[in-house]
Design a protein. Structure first.
Length: 176
């Protein structure tokens, strides 16, 4: 959260991951036109946390553009040699990921809290609310829907966990 392209002097902003994928692709095309010696090198796309959503969007744009390029042979476009996509600790499916935290920290192989504790009850309630809020993101894909949902999820679920960074790394969940 609070990363990436967040403002522009001309007032235009990027508000969705698919639009960001288009912008990254445009940048890569400009870069490879300016530095053609890199155009044959393998391109590895890597990211963490929200890149679990962003990286697949970028890769999709590159893949589709490469496919279109093979059909049209447009001399103004460069083939991007997409070799791999690496996602570390990615937020790929928020509904399921946020919803699974209570099970992991209360009943998992390394429980953080006693399953009958006040914290576990609160985590289960908050995860349920988080999932309901997250459903709106899947329907509307708008920052106006997603940002409040994820702010709630991060604060009301991760905020309960003690030493949260240690546990989140262990659970392979996105960090705040």
């Amino acid at each position: 959260m609070n990363t990436g392209f967040s403002y522009a002097e001309n007032g235009k902003t990027v508000s969705t991951s698919p639009v960001a994928g288009q912008d990254v692709y445009a940048f890569l095309e400009l870069f490879l036109t300016r530095f053609p010696k890199y155009s044959k090198a393998p391109f590895h796309l890597a990211g963490e946390s929200y890149s679990g959503t962003l990286a697949p969007n970028i890769a999709k744009v590159i893949f589709e553009a490469n496919r279109e390029l093979s059909l049209t042979q447009n001399p103004n476009l460069k083939h991007i040699n997409l070799a791999s996509i690496v996602i570390a600790n990615g937020l790929t499916e928020p509904y399921t990921q946020f919803g699974s935290i209570p099970e992991q920290v209360c009943n998992g192989p390394y429980p953080v809290f006693d399953p009958n504790s006040r914290e576990c009850k609160k985590l289960k309630l908050n995860a349920s609310i988080c999932q309901r809020l997250s459903e709106g993101c899947y329907k509307f894909t708008s920052r106006l829907t997603c940002a409040p949902a994820y702010m709630y999820c991060y604060s009301q679920i991760y905020g309960i966990l003690p030493g949260k960074a240690v546990f989140l790394r262990h659970l392979h969940l996105p960090t705040v």
